[in-house]
Design a protein around this ligand. Structure first.
Ligand SMILES: Nc1ncnc2c1ncn2[C@@H]1O[C@H](COP(=O)(O)OP(=O)(O)OP(=O)(O)O)[C@@H](O)[C@H]1O
Ligand SMILES: [Mg+2]
Length: 216
């Protein structure tokens, strides 16, 4: 499902952010990624989501070789994954409903299908009352849940979430992680970066740890 072999990533004029990463994650599993700030967690996610290419090595996700993929194929690849970014990346000029609709619009669902799926996911994330608000009108936690709703609305085969509970209180963090866990039990592979050791310890999931770009 996710296969990385000898992955190195070096940004311009710096030491490698990822060093010789070998990793295999099976379809349908839930994996936590931990590690100190600057360890390379977001870098690893950017490579898996095809927002960036490794300096060397091979990445295969869902039978797609991301080191061979053409620019034209990348949008199609991304339709099958969901990403919760560390800084949300919500579109400020669009409402919660419109932000969450985007993955469905991109793949061409009908307005009726979009309406149904978005309403469902907003309900699941306790955001129904916010559907017509713009991101600037939301609390940090509401923005975060909107970002999660957008990442799961199209039922991706892979969900990557970069610190998805970073702005939430312990109760909301637990509820949010439970939602990611339920997404996983419906067949989605879930890969979550988190600093929240107390939260992680409440789940019996595989953990991988990065330090200075090296998988421990
Ligand atoms: N676009 C970039 N250009 C240059 N260096 C970068 C870039 N993005 C990240 N880095 C560097 O790569 C290393 C890994 O960064 P990354 O953002 O992947 O860490 P992280 O584990 O996600 O940290 P955090 O927990 O703070 O989010 C850091 O040294 C960082 O400064
Ligand atoms: Mg990061």
């Amino acid at each position: 499902m996710i296969y990385l072999k000898h992955i190195y990533k070096t940004y311009q004029n710096s030491t490698p952010a990822l060093k010789n990463i070998d990793l295999e994650i099976e379809k349908g599993t839930f994996v936590f990624l931990t590690g100190p700030s600057g360890a390379g967690k977001s870098t690893l996610f950017r490579l898996i989501a095809a927002f960036d290419k490794p300096t060397s090595g091979q990445i295969i996700v869902n039978e797609t070789d991301l080191t061979q993929i053409s620019e034209a194929q990348i949008p199609y690849y991304r339709r099958r994954i969901g990403v919760v970014f560390q800084d949300f990346k919500l579109l400020k000029s669009k409402t919660v409903f419109e932000n969450v609709s985007l993955p469905l619009q991109i793949r061409g669902d009908s307005p009726l299908q979009i309406q149904k799926k978005v309403i469902d996911v907003l309900e699941k994330l306790n955001l129904s009352h916010r559907k017509n608000n713009f991101p600037d009108q939301l609390s940090g936690g509401e923005q975060q849940r909107t970002a999660i709703a957008r990442a799961i609305v199209h039922q991706p085969s892979l969900l990557i979430a970069d610190e998805p509970t970073g702005n939430l209180d312990p109760k909301l963090s637990k509820e949010t992680m439970d939602i990611l866990d339920s997404i996983c039990s419906q067949g989605t592979t879930v890969f979550v970066a988190s600093h929240d050791i107390n939260l992680i310890e409440q789940y019996n999931k595989k953990r991988i740890h990065l330090i200075d770009g090296v998988l421990q």
